[in-house]
Design a protein around this ligand. Structure first.
Ligand code: G6P
Ligand code: MG
Length: 215
């Protein structure tokens, strides 16, 4: 794609593995509601907003809940999730991430966060990366969830770069679609057999370099 003018990272599954903490918290809620929730089910919640995730969970359990009950259930799940992420530290940053961020800095390529999570600022502070991002766009500041491109377009805007010169890193199908809809070059992080539509794929950030993007 040529040298990128900016990079936008998804958070969960790209910078840190918070999926396990989300899974534990959703599973506990499902247990309390009286049904089983598996790791395979959890795949459907990646990149999906908190309320949409709850709706999928309730659908799996075959349950109907009122709006106020849903608010209570989502708050209960989030309370436990926040307890789990409040003890995270930099050791949970995924392999290759710090090295690649350092490489971007050396090349003067700014980078932003583009996440659906309302807990993104807390997580970034816990792992010591909050100050390093040139912009943070998260679930608190967007109105349309991925696969809508809003989160990534806002990131490009905040970095003052055109979308076509941005690279997105995403581990979720909805996020890859959002990045493509934004007109960006998308790198899928994970299994190319599971994730469709990205321009390139890596298993972990360890495989990523600026020169690979330039090709
Ligand atoms: C990310 C995760 C999802 C999560 C969403 C909202 O996209 O991949 O699993 O549901 O953020 O997270 P939040 O912290 O706001 O509940
Ligand atoms: Mg993700």
């Amino acid at each position: 794609m040529g040298k990128p003018h900016a990079v936008i990272f998804d958070l969960d599954g790209v910078i840190v593995d918070t999926a396990k903490h989300h899974f534990q918290a959703w599973k506990q809620l499902a247990d309390e509601l009286g049904f089983n929730f598996t790791e395979e089910d959890n795949e459907r919640l990646k990149g999906v907003s908190r309320m949409d995730s709850l709706n999928i969970l309730l659908e799996i359990g075959g349950l109907n809940k009122s709006e106020s009950e849903k608010q209570e259930l989502a708050a209960r799940k989030n309370k436990r999730y926040v307890e789990a992420i409040s003890v995270m530290d930099e050791s949970e940053i995924l392999p290759g991430v710090l090295r690649f961020l350092q490489e971007l800095k050396e090349h003067n390529i700014p980078y932003a966060l583009g996440s659906a999570s309302k807990n993104a600022p807390l997580i970034l502070k816990q792992i010591g990366l909050y100050e390093k991002f040139n912009a943070i766009v998260d679930g608190n500041s967007i109105s349309k969830a991925k696969p809508d491109p809003e989160v990534f377009l806002r990131g490009a805007e905040e970095l003052s770069v055109t979308p076509g010169n941005c690279v997105v890193f995403e581990d979720a199908q909805s996020g890859i679609e959002a990045g493509k809809a934004a007109g960006m070059y998308v790198v899928g992080v994970g299994d190319s057999a599971v994730l469709a539509g990205a321009d390139d794929y890596i298993r972990t950030m360890e495989e990523m370099t600026v020169s690979r993007l330039e090709k």
